[in-house]
Design a protein around this ligand. Sequence first.
Ligand SMILES: Nc1ncnc2c1ncn2[C@@H]1O[C@H](COP(=O)(O)OP(=O)(O)OP(=O)(O)O)[C@@H](O)[C@H]1O
Ligand SMILES: [Mg+2]
Length: 269
Amino acid sequence: MALVEVKNISFQYPNGYLAVDDVSFSIDAGENIAIVGQNGAGKTTTVKMLNGLIKACKGDVLIDGESTQKYTTAQMAKRVGYVFQNPDDQIFNSTVRKEIEYGLKKMKIDPDECERRIKDAAELTGMDKYLEVNPYDLPLSIRKFVTIASVIASNCEVMIFDEPTAGQDLEGLARLSKLNKILTERGKAIVTITHDMEFVAENYERTIVMCQKKVLADGKTKDVFFQKDIMEKAMLKQPVIVRIANQIGMKENTLDIKKVAKFVADNRG
Ligand SMILES: Nc1ncnc2c1ncn2[C@@H]1O[C@H](COP(=O)(O)OP(=O)(O)OP(=O)(O)O)[C@@H](O)[C@H]1O
Ligand SMILES: [Mg+2]
């Protein structure tokens, strides 16, 4: 049984706008998934239903086979953690430490365990050097890691990161890549929404493509990215490695730069 089963969910905003239409997918423990799609495709609205921030108008989300319809937002938040697209929608404490600690206190985690989790989350996100700093004295790209640290500390089974790559430099991207690996090794299911196709090609085995409120594709990243029609319909740019592989006539779908280089070397002259 999948850890999370999203079954035919739809969502209409109070103004009548249908933002998500009949979306289904499932997530296993230890999976590391990317969700991609053009602006307004419905990505954020979809994942907010996974975390209970908004309730599906139609369909259901099951966790461990159990319907979440009767869960309160607080109960859901213990199982599925969501890092907001805009960190400023999430941060309200006066120091990074207090921000990470806030959710733990609400969950009544004992002080020793609280300390252990703050240390772990701060180290993973590089926030250890900022613990006593006001989050609003930090740049946006770092504030994003403050919110990621809060969700890591909550130790949820499913962690959703909404556009963590936005505005990140090489160091930030490397940190995201590393923490994704560590968290999935711990058995967490990680769902990342991003517009950075190069980052997806390098870091995610599976990709879900959303287009105009629906799931357009869901499969191995390499197979999804090599489908030109899907990428064009979703208004997504194929990563450079895919364009090169196509250009040099490779038949295999691969995102492995070494394989592409070997193909070039083998076919030289
Ligand atoms: N509170 C709201 N009321 C009405 N419409 C909304 C609301 N929030 C979002 N929408 C609309 O719903 C659609 C889907 O929005 P959503 O934020 O889920 O898209 P997204 O795929 O996350 O886009 P982006 O890549 O820009 O973050 C958009 O057209 C958006 O304008
Ligand atoms: Mg969004």
